[in-house]
Design a protein around this ligand. Sequence first.
Ligand SMILES: *Cc1c(COP(=O)(O)O)cnc(C)c1O
Length: 398
Amino acid sequence: MTHRDTKLETRLLHTGIAEFNPKTGLAPVTLPAVRTSTVRFQNLQALDNVVAQREAGARPSTYGRPGLETHVALEEVFCELEGAKRSFLAPSGLSAISLVFLALLSKGDHVLVADCVYGPVRYLDKTVLRRMGIEVSYCRGTPEDMQAQLRPETRMVYVESPGSLLLEMLDLPALAAFARDKGLTLVTDNTWGAGYAYRPLALGAHVSVVAGTKYVGGHADLMLGAVAVADEALVQQITDTHYALGYTISAEDAWLALRGVRTLPLRMRHHAHSALEICRFLAAKPEVARIYHPAWQEDPGHALWQRDCLGSNGLMSVELKLNYEQGRRFVDALRLFSIGFSWGGFESLVQWVEPPTLKPHSYWQGKGDTTVVRLHVGLEAVEDLCADLEQALAAALA
Ligand SMILES: *Cc1c(COP(=O)(O)O)cnc(C)c1O
């Protein structure tokens, strides 16, 4: 049996591991964090060899910025996860997103962006892209809505599926067909799927961006981004910009991500299982107007989820028939769900969603008379999480 024939879960444990030391015949099970700012060459011939390897497309390092073994191992892991030819590391998810925009777009170019994307993408647009002469149009993430805003200068489609906050499932294969038909590059934010629950490159996307800060790291202890690329021509473009912008991450962060990713399938399955239990619990509550979670059978994206996803996770949003004050009481009363941004760690979190935050999402149909919270269902015992929600609902109505 070759490495290729095994399941992703198995490959995740056998990729990016330490090689045997030829002198001792030993290898550590866990690859050490190789922390160095530069490397030494035994002689000039060794330097020449490395340069020749690099010119042939390999990735040996002559300096600390792109990292050494620990970083290369993590890049290999992201390639496995996403089914990519190459992956690039970035110091945060948002920096991975900005890397792609800056690598693939130039002055005068236009990009179509699904209106369900991670909020700070709009900040990148407002503060940097506009200044660079790159124009952004936001629209519903469907080929029809994208077609309506298509221009001769359109170069790229940028989407996120399921979308931020309301977990709107997009028809990625249809978007990929649209992008190919129009000669556009399709870029997706795959933080939700982390390459395990959803594989955009296999569904036709050219580039997949992941905030490793979330499920890949999995322990709420690092910031990390990655860009995974299937298309050879795009690899060169991103290589150049990644180098020019001087992206680097610490060896310890690469090490933490490698440590975290070994248990990614196990954690995600547990998060997903508990999240469905929470859905069942909440669906029976009269205060719950709607649950946004594509793995939940009543979510409108459920059919697309069944067709395109390989799993799910612990992220959901809940619309509650609570007014503003009751909603705030509910959130403050939660004990096991801490108030906080982010998700994908071991812990349960609740994010208070201010009503105007949902306005730019065309998927949002609410009238502003309800409360929306985003829950990250952590690895706590699900009975305890249900009890916490139960007492907080009672406190909201008291
Ligand atoms: C958190 C997040 C990001 C940004 O990642 P950071 O590491 O916090 O910069 C990007 N996209 C999505 C969908 C996210 O949830």
